[in-house]
Design a protein around this ligand. Structure first.
Ligand SMILES: Cc1cc2nc3c(=O)[nH]c(=O)nc-3n(C[C@H](O)[C@H](O)[C@H](O)COP(=O)(O)O)c2cc1C
Length: 205
């Protein structure tokens, strides 16, 4: 085994260990709106956290000199849209990750099409296969940086045609999401899928 005591490592080394191991991570492309206009940025510290109500979380790190625009906007308008990043929109997503000054509209910079959302004020991105309109439930400040863990309740769902069937089954092949691996440019696709049935309780209890 290779072992480390966290108390002996600085945060940069632990960042490498964490993001290199917690993989693949789904990627949320999050749109927000503030007094300086709309904003879009990707976050791979992202997941669903519960379904009654449906809840999503993503975690935003610190930026030198203040909060990232996503957090600054959520503090002004506690609403956002989480989009799933598909293979088809990966390059545009990457443009949204550029550290533009506040007030730059990454949706336009990336060449995405902004559409009005149904129940929240931030716009949604037409090209994303799935979009979850969310209202802020809770924002936690964690750690020394700090990280802002944003938890939202899904209030409206958008799927491109053909992704959801009449039984509400989602065809992930049609979403074709990408996942984040470690390093500056590591990503993966879902091209090697398999199924594994849940096991019954031994003895039929
Ligand atoms: C695939 C990908 C995943 C990312 N995940 C995160 C993340 O989980 N947390 C974070 O703070 N930044 C993450 N970033 C960096 C932000 O997207 C970047 O700092 C962005 O400029 C923030 O934008 P904003 O200031 O408009 O909110 C990620 C970047 C990429 C390309």
């Amino acid at each position: 085994m290779t072992e480390f005591d966290a108390a002996t490592l600085d945060w940069q080394l632990q960042y490498k260990l964490l993001i290199g191991s917690v993989t693949p991570r789904p990627i949320a492309l999050v749109t927000t709106l503030g007094s300086r206009g709309p904003n879009a940025a990707p976050f791979s510290f992202f997941n669903g956290v519960g379904t009654d109500p449906a809840m999503l979380m993503f975690s935003v790190g610190a930026r030198e000199g203040g909060a990232k625009d996503t957090i600054a906007n959520i503090l002004e308008i506690p609403e956002f849209v989480v989009h799933i990043v598909s293979d088809a929109i990966k390059e545009k997503m990457n443009v949204c990750a550029i550290d533009y000054p506040r007030g730059v509209n990454e949706i336009a910079e990336a060449g995405f099409t902004a559409l009005a959302s149904k129940k929240v004020r931030p716009p949604r991105i037409a090209e994303a296969p799935v979009a979850f309109e969310c209202r802020l439930l809770q924002r936690l400040e964690l750690g020394r940086a700090p990280y802002h863990v944003v938890i939202g309740e899904v209030v409206y769902y958008h799927f491109h045609e053909g992704i959801v069937d009449e039984r509400f089954h989602v065809d992930v092949g049609k979403i074709n999401p990408i996942g984040r691996l470690a390093g500056r440019g590591g990503y993966t696709r879902i091209t090697d899928r398999f199924e594994m049935a849940r096991l019954p309780v031994p003895g039929g209890r």
